[in-house]
Design a protein around this ligand. Structure first.
Ligand SMILES: [Zn+2]
Length: 235
C-alpha cells in the first residue's frame, strides 16, 4: 500500500461533474431563471479541487458557493454562446447577472470561440483581457481533466460544445428534442446542419447534456438522441 492508494487515479474517478438547473438548483425564486430552465454545469478535478463553470448566469455567486460546498474552487468559465440566459446581459428588458458579476468574485479566464468574442463583448461589456479565444479542437485542462472544445456554429456564429469523459455539453446547439433556434441575430441554418452532422459522429454512448431542460429527461445517450430526435431525420 502506498500513501495515496485511496486517491482516485483514473480520470473518471477524478472527474467532478454537476448539472445545475436554474430556478431549482440555483437562482431559486428568480422568475426568469425559473422560466428559462437553463442548465449550468461544473466540470473539474476532484483531486486538485479546481473546476470550471459552463454558462454561469442568473446567480454566479451562488454557483461559486454550490461548488465551494463540494470543496471545489472556480478557476475558469466556459461560455457556450453569447445569449444573456447563458452568460448574463440584457434580455427581454431584464438584466441577467453572468460572467461580468462572476469576475467580481473570481479573477479567471472566460473561454470562448473566437467567432463569438465580439457578440459576448456586446452582450456583457466584459473587458477583452478576460476572454480567452479558442478554435475548434482546443483542449482546456482543469487539473488533470481535459475538456475538448468543439466549434458548432448555427445557433450563433461561435457556439461551442464541450466533450469530457464521454459527456457532450452542448449549450443551445442540440437538445434531447430539437436543436437551437436559427432565426436569431448571428444564426445560420446551413452552419447548424453541418454542426449537427458533426455531433452525430461522436460515439453513441456519449451522454448529451443540453443547455436547457426542454425534455422530461435532463440527459440522454447520443444513440438515443440520434434515434428519437426529429432533427436528425433526413440529415
Ligand atoms: Zn441561445
Amino acid at each position: 500500500m502506498t500513501e495515496n492508494a485511496s486517491l482516485p487515479n483514473s480520470s473518471s474517478d477524478r472527474l467532478y461533474f454537476r448539472q445545475l438547473l436554474s430556478g431549482r438548483d440555483f437562482a431559486q425564486g428568480d422568475q426568469i431563471a425559473t422560466q428559462m430552465v437553463n442548465f449550468a454545469y461544473a466540470i473539474g478535478d476532484r483531486q486538485t479541487g479546481e473546476c470550471v463553470l459552463v454558462d454561469p448566469a442568473y446567480s454566479p455567486a451562488e454557483l461559486i458557493e454550490v461548488v465551494g460546498a463540494d470543496g471545489m474552487q472556480v478557476t475558469g468559465v466556459l461560455a457556450t454562446h453569447y445569449h444573456a440566459d447563458h452568460i448574463g446581459g440584457s434580455m427581454m428588458g431584464f438584466d441577467i447577472d453572468g460572467i461580468t458579476a462572476l469576475l467580481d468574485e473570481v479573477d479567471c479566464p472566460i473561454h470562448v470561440q473566437a467567432e463569438e468574442t465580439e457578440w459576448i463583448r456586446k452582450t456583457t461589456h466584459i473587458s477583452p483581457e478576460h476572454l480567452m479565444e479558442h478554435t475548434s479542437g482546443d483542449v482546456v485542462s482543469v487539473g488533470g481533466i481535459d475538456i475538448t472544445l468543439l466549434h458548432t456554429p448555427g445557433h450563433t456564429p461561435g457556439s461551442q460544445c464541450f466533450l469530457v469523459d464521454g459527456k457532450l455539453v452542448a449549450g443551445d446547439t442540440l437538445f434531447l428534442d430539437g436543436c437551437g433556434r436559427t432565426d436569431l441575430p448571428g444564426s445560420n441554418s446551413k452552419h447548424m446542419i453541418e454542426s449537427l452532422q458533426l455531433l452525430a459522429k461522436v460515439p453513441g454512448d456519449t451522454v448529451l447534456y443540453p443547455g436547457h431542460q426542454y425534455s422530461a429527461d435532463p440527459s440522454a445517450t447520443m444513440d438515443h438522441v440520434l434515434a428519437h430526435n426529429y432533427i436528425f431525420q433526413g440529415l
